[in-house]
Write a protein that binds this ligand. Structure first.
Ligand code: HDE
Length: 713
């Protein structure tokens, strides 16, 4: 039975805790750090009007001193991110599998803080880099904080923590000239990938549309590693964690990604912030894939290998709860920058496995916080505090912000009555899962980790044709940016092991032949003493023809909520057409944005003034999901005098977006480069509101791709 007695309001408890530390300057005087009221913060203290500044000026020294130390090191990976607060709610107790309060108590609203990120770029890099996205969730549970620090792809590049610095060094800007920023398309990355075949699965995901999401709100999330759930009887089940977005999984095209990076490099950050501010709270369902312990060896791959996923067609995902993000941070640095996720933060009912990547992470995250946040007391920073009380005998150090009471700081003690005391397992004390171990200590890798081609091939086979085309284009772009032919050749050979047709097309784009064999052993991810021949990637298996859940063609297409629709308008636009469309879109929770030849306001044909959201000079087509052009002779004439309006629509066409026009609006389409718009399934003339909405919900009309490709912009 689910415990029902706990508070519904834990979410607001975390808010209250954070509020205690929040400083609101409203109606308050400016003070120094000592609370001294300040009467001048514009001028330093000088020896005379034109004299030198005095050392005595403690206000100047304090202000400059703080400024000199404002920055902390950015995260070594995942430096670029955005965060939000929210809560998690459970649909139904899963006490059969886990005793964790968060998984058994349906009355709880567990507060969460989520941080999304890119991996390779620096803190100020563009949001739209082709990259993996971090998806880190901090659950402030009543039994302690649980961090599920995952990604938007279900697998990782490498199998062993020992290789992480190599992987990251290869993808980061090259050390001699620090180029390129936030981009994997360079020689060192492909040198590493082509010599480390275990990377190929995660790599093909990055080459797919998953590497360039439309929105952080439209990405799946994955815990990646196999974890354990432990029930009240101490029984374990293996588990993989999934986050399924309510808005479906959608991406932009590479052409858009490149242009968005120029037009608004904060595109994802802004999109998340704006949606929450508008009350359109992003939502994900938490899904579990559960495997009984006795089935551990029933698969064609090793559950401990983080480069493998369990196809949903083999083990279905059970949806057990939902997470809603409903509050933006008050202060980016204090919350999003200082939040410290630790995969080692778990609670009773959840446990680790021996996945060698996970094991390394258990060390790394705590370690890195020391150089980033500067003190081992980083758990006392408001965003990192658990919601429950903390008592132990750990003491002192830099930035101790608490005043631990009492005379003892050791255990056992009698002077403090044995406090803080130990809890039994029945009282909630954490007990590690008692896994049986009987092995030799070795430095090496299990043979069961050697299948590197089957799952990238399964992924590619499962994609729709348009997705396959995007993968081909991405490989061609990335390898086209490499200078060394031997690296490109190795990559072509490896791609051919995934799919020979794919390799052929990429080879054609590179102007190279796919080699039938390569000279040197390719898997160098082994020790010098190992027999190189034995450690080549295993033969490709085909245990599943296709896994439809891997394709974005099979995601949700049932809503246009939060989609941004650009209305191209100038003075004299047809109010009836405009109003009809606006009302219909807003009813479905889409966001209508007026784009006009200038900022300020414009006047419709009924004489009403309308506020312009962006002048055409300050915005770009790639920032919107769809376009509508209402009629009105005067308006269309004005739009046609600025060629950027026609370009705007041409680009929307090129990116396969839905477009609607009414009456004279068609003249803009006729002036553009799109020849086949009359027969296009996602272009509508004269009031086809319902059809327009359906087309936006479908995200893109990929059938247009071939024609769109020919449009020169
Ligand atoms: Fe991380 N990773 N990682 N990682 N990772 C960090 O921790 C590391 C891995 C992930 O928003 C760092 O606080 C090692 C897998 C996310 O604050 C660092 C290994 C997955 C974030 C670190 C991995 C991730 C990080 C940098 C191989 C998906 C951002 C700063 C053993 C399951 C969290 C920090 C945030 C951040 C190390 C592999 C996800 C250096 C050694 C696999 C989402 O500690």
């Amino acid at each position: 039975m689910a415990k029902k007695n706990t508070s519904q309001n834990k979410d607001s408890d975390k808010q209250k805790q954070l509020k205690k530390f929040t400083l609101d300057p409203k109606d308050k005087p400016l003070t120094t750090r000592q609370g001294l009221k300040v009467n001048d913060t514009n001028n330093s203290l000088k020896a005379g009007e034109r004299g030198a500044t005095l050392l005595e000026d403690f206000m100047l020294r304090e202000k400059i001193h703080n400024f000199d130390h404002e920055r902390i090191p950015e995260r070594i990976v995942h430096a670029r991110g955005s965060g939000a607060h929210g809560y998690f709610e459970l649909y139904e107790s899963i006490e059969k599998y886990s005793k964790a309060g968060i998984f058994t108590d349906t009355s709880r609203k567990t507060p969460v803080f989520v941080r999304f990120s890119t991996v390779a770029g620096s803190k100020g890099s563009t949001d739209l880099a082709r990259d993996v996205r971090g998806f880190a969730v901090k659950f402030y549970t009543e039994e302690g904080t649980w961090d599920l620090v995952g990604n938007n792809m279900p697998i990782f590049f490498i199998q062993d923590a020992m290789k992480f610095p190599d992987l990251i060094h290869s993808v980061k800007p090259e050390p001699n000239n620090e180029i390129p920023q936030a981009a994997s398309a360079h020689d060192t990355f492909y040198d590493f990938v082509s010599l480390t075949t275990e990377t190929l699965h995660n790599h093909i995901w990055v080459m797919s549309d998953r590497g360039i999401p439309r929105s952080l709100r439209m990405m799946e999330g994955f815990g990646i590693h196999t974890f354990r759930l432990i029930n009240g009887k101490g029984e374990a089940h293996f588990v993989k964690f999934h986050w399924k977005p309510k808005l479906g999984v959608h991406s932009v095209t590479w052409d858009e990604a490149v242009k968005i990076s120029g037009a608004d490099s904060d595109f994802h950050r802004r999109d998340l912030w704006d949606a929450i501010e508008a009350g359109q709270y992003p939502e994900w369902e938490l899904g579990l894939q559960i495997v009984p312990e006795e089935d551990e060896h029933k698969f064609d791959f090793d559950l401990l290998d983080p480069t493998k996923l369990i196809p949903e067609e083999m083990v279905p995902v059970q949806l057990i709860g939902r997470m809603v993000l409903n509050r933006n941070p008050e202060n980016f640095f204090a919350e999003t920058e200082q939040v410290a996720f630790l995969p080692g933060n778990i609670v009773p009912g959840i446990d680790f496995t021996n996945d060698p990547l996970l094991q390394g992470r258990l060390f790394s995250y705590r370690d890195t916080q020391l150089s980033r946040l500067g003190s081992h007391n980083f758990h006392q920073i408001p965003i990192n505090r658990p919601i429950g009380e903390v008592h132990n005998n750990q003491r002192d150090g830099h930035m101790q912000m608490e005043i631990p009471k009492g005379r003892t700081a050791y255990f056992p003690n009698s002077l403090s009555g044995g406090c803080p005391y130990l809890s039994t397992v029945a009282e909630g004390g954490f007990e590690p899962y008692q896994e049986r171990i009987d092995a030799k200590k070795i430095r090496g890798r299990s043979e069961s980790f050697s299948d590197h081609f089957s799952q990238p091939a399964l992924f590619y086979r499962s994609l729709a044709d348009w997705e396959k085309q995007h993968v081909t284009d991405a490989y061609s772009f990335e390898l086209g940016k490499c200078d060394h032919d031997h690296i490109k050749e190795r990559m072509l050979w490896l791609i051919a092991q995934i799919d020979s047709g794919l390799a052929k097309k990429v080879g054609e784009n590179l102007g190279m032949k796919v080699p039938s064999k390569i000279e040197k052993p390719i898997n160098q991810a082994i020790g010098a003493d190992a027999n190189v021949k034995d450690h080549q990637p295993g033969k490709k298996k085909n245990y599943l023809d296709k896994a439809p859940a891997l394709s974005q063609a099979n995601t949700k297409f049932d809503t246009i909520a939060t989609r941004k629709v650009a209305f191209l308008v100038a003075d004299g636009f047809n109010m009836k057409d405009f109003d009809n469309m606006k009302k219909a879109l807003e009813k479905e929770k889409a966001m209508v944005k007026l784009i006009a030849p200038h900022g300020g306001t414009i006047t419709c044909d009924s004489g009403m003034e309308h506020k312009v959201d962006a002048s055409i000079m300050t915005t770009e087509s790639v920032l919107y999901d769809a376009v509508f052009i209402p009629g009105g002779e005067k308006s269309i004439k004005a739009l046609l005098t600025k060629s950027k309006f026609v370009k705007f629509v041409d680009e929307a066409f090129k990116h396969c977006k839905a477009i609607a026009v009414t009456n004279e609006g068609v003249q803009i389409l006729e002036s553009g480069n799109m020849k086949d718009f009359k027969t296009d399934k996602a272009i509508f003339q004269d009031g086809k509101v319902k059809e327009f909405i359906e087309a936006i919900a479908k995200h893109r009309n990929w059938e247009r791709m071939e024609v769109a490709e020919k449009i020169a912009i």
